[in-house]
Write a protein that binds this ligand. Structure first.
Ligand code: G3H
Ligand code: ZN
Length: 286
């Protein structure tokens, strides 16, 4: 059934774990995430990013409708989340399309502008029933020629700045930069667990790990024990799907029926989903 992101995050924390959130781009991603969650017998979050909407010719509705329908049919609770949104128009579409949450990303702006934009998005989101995640991204407050992205390996969220940001913006959850990095195709990231401990002790909102595809299982489990409540995964699904399809097409060079190789890719993604859910769910239980 369709669930609410805020409820899934709270429920995961009650069992000392994190809820996994997977970025979906195609119908096969949606089906694989739900099949993988059903195999793990656990709730899951389906995320559609602004970039995924751009890939879908700028339209949210077709993929959103597919995700909503699939969520209703699922045997486990499934919440819909709009990820890395910077445009107000898309934010408004999300509320109408059955999403219970959004990640409003103004992290490329300097602190004051990030805060002002996030505060406005939170006010609008709360008035329209959305749980809002945001990101504090301008690390160090310096304005280099190319601003440091929050998920560049060297970027870090500063606890006291984050405390003010959370208090003044009213966000429901905060994406923190603790050493993970988006779009890694190998699991080689090392997290700053001491910083995570300080962030968890300073902030009273759930913390979100982005770029989790590049984080090894043991590091993910340690991050959940340290206070991460939502684990965002995108690239790992594409790594699994593409590798499986490449192997299949290499072994079957005359294959043309897209259902054949898409099923192979979908099954590989579902296995990855199950493994990652089991890694982060209940990871906090010794
Ligand atoms: O918001 C989405 C996540 O941060 C996904 O990052 O593709 O590196 O796993 P990833
Ligand atoms: Zn992200």
């Amino acid at each position: 059934p369709l669930a609410q992101t805020g409820d899934l995050v709270t429920e995961a924390a009650q069992v000392s774990g994190a809820v996994a959130a997977f970025n979906v781009v195609t119908l096969e991603h949606i089906e694989a995430v739900i099949a993988g969650a059903e195999a793990a017998r656990a709730p899951v979050i389906l995320q559609i990013s602004e970039n995924a909407v751009k890939f879908r010719y700028g339209r949210l509705i077709p993929l959103a409708r597919a995700a909503t329908t699939a969520a209703h049919l699922a045997q486990v609770p499934v919440a819909l989340h709009l990820d890395h949104v910077s445009g107000d128009e898309l934010l408004r579409q999300a509320a109408d399309a059955g999403f219970s949450s959004v990640m409003y990303d103004a992290s490329r702006l300097p602190y004051a502008q990030n805060l002002a934009a996030t505060r406005a998005a939170v006010a609008w989101g709360h008035a329209n029933g959305l749980w809002v995640e945001a990101e504090l991204g301008q690390v160090g407050g310096k304005h280099e020629e190319a601003p440091l992205d929050a998920h560049a390996p060297g970027a870090r969220t500063r606890p006291l700045e984050a405390l003010g940001f959370v208090r003044d913006s009213g966000v429901d959850a905060l994406a923190v930069a603790i050493g993970s990095s988006h779009a890694m195709t190998t699991r080689a990231a090392a997290l700053d667990h001491a910083l995570l401990a300080r962030l968890a002790a300073t902030l009273d909102v759930p913390l979100v790990l982005h770029g989790s595809s590049g984080v090894p299982d043991a590091e993910l489990a340690a991050a959940v024990r340290g206070g991460i409540a939502k684990v965002n995964v995108g690239t790992a699904l594409n790594v699994a799907m593409t590798a499986a399809i490449r192997t299949y097409l290499t072994a079957n060079p005359h294959a043309v029926d897209s259902r054949r190789y898409l099923s192979v890719g979908r099954e590989a993604m579902a296995r990855t989903v199950t493994e990652l859910i089991l890694t982060v769910r209940g990871a906090g239980v010794p």
